[in-house]
Ligand binder design. Structure first.
Ligand SMILES: [Mn+2]
Length: 281
């Protein structure tokens, strides 16, 4: 049923929902989709978290509702392209196929209303650690837990020996700095790929960091995520791109207790969770 409340856009770009993980803010995304409709939707990867699903099955009705809402929009004529990410890379086997009107692809070119051409890609393809040593990413979670555990033990030992407290914050600062450097490196490589593809911009996800920047002649746009920040990118009918930060509305019932999904790439923790709790494997 078309909603009167929905704002109309030319295109919506959404990524990193991680359905199948407890951290997915499915309810907020459904609310967002209720308020934002478009002729074309690009799902820019990691919509379904196959890694989490393999480790522990978590598929509540709300996650189904997201899928159903998208399928319904496809039936109503919205063009939907599902770009595979690293967490839903099983889809890469189905490139070019359709399911329920949704086209699966590894990458796509989108032509904006203003004629600008964008490469749409998740972005993990350029992360050699994720591609070649997937176990390192798994290990990343555990390594972080271990580091925190070790820090507490060290703090206790130092206290017992009458030594001043060694703060984790300096260590954390270095980590954050590395994460910022990583974001820069990610932007560089994606921007370079856009240049190679002879397009005017790149729209990607993967690092859960929504931003819109210009690097020389190339626009770098990251859609963010629906695990923590609840962000999406919209294209207006004149081709203007905009990041929408969807507020966690009061009408929505409180989300399930926050489960922090650490995003570890190249050994760097990229996202800083609020409730730092870890899901049992
Ligand atoms: Mn990803």
């Amino acid at each position: 049923m078309p909603s009167h409340a929905a704002k109309q856009y030319r295109t919506l770009f959404i990524s990193d929902v991680h359905l199948g993980s407890k951290a997915a803010k499915a309810e907020f995304l459904i609310d967002f989709l209720r308020h934002h409709e478009a002729e074309t939707i690009f799902l820019v990867g990691d919509i379904v978290d196959g890694w989490r699903l393999r480790r522990s099955w978590h598929w509540p009705q709300l996650h189904n509702d997201v899928v159903q809402k998208l399928l319904r929009q496809a039936r109503k004529g919205t063009r939907i392209t599902y770009i595979a990410g690293n967490h839903d890379e099983f889809l890469r086997m189905f490139q070019g196929t359709h399911f329920g009107g949704i086209v699966v692809a590894d990458r796509a070119i989108h032509v904006g209303a203003d004629g600008k051409r964008y490469l749409i890609i998740h972005g993990d393809q350029f992360d050699t650690v994720v591609m070649n040593a997937r176990w390192l990413a798994y290990l990343g979670d555990r390594a972080y837990e271990l580091a925190m555990f070790a820090n507490r033990a060290v703090a206790r030992a130092r206290k017992a020996m009458g030594l001043p407290y060694w703060s984790l914050s300096s260590w954390a600062k270095v980590k954050v700095k590395q994460a910022v450097n990583f974001i820069g490196a990610f932007q560089d490589v994606l921007t370079e790929e856009a240049r190679r593809s002879e397009v005017d911009g790149v729209i990607c996800g993967h690092i859960h960091h929504a931003t819109m920047e210009s690097f020389g002649t190339v626009d770098y746009i990251n859609t963010g995520d629906w695990v923590e920040s609840c962000t999406a990118v919209v294209e207006h009918f004149d081709g203007r791109m905009e990041i929408i930060h969807w507020p966690h509305t009061k009408s929505a019932t409180p989300p399930a207790p926050e489960v922090f999904v650490p995003l570890v790439i190249n050994g760097h923790l990229l996202n800083q969770g609020k409730g730092r709790t870890f899901e049992a494997a």
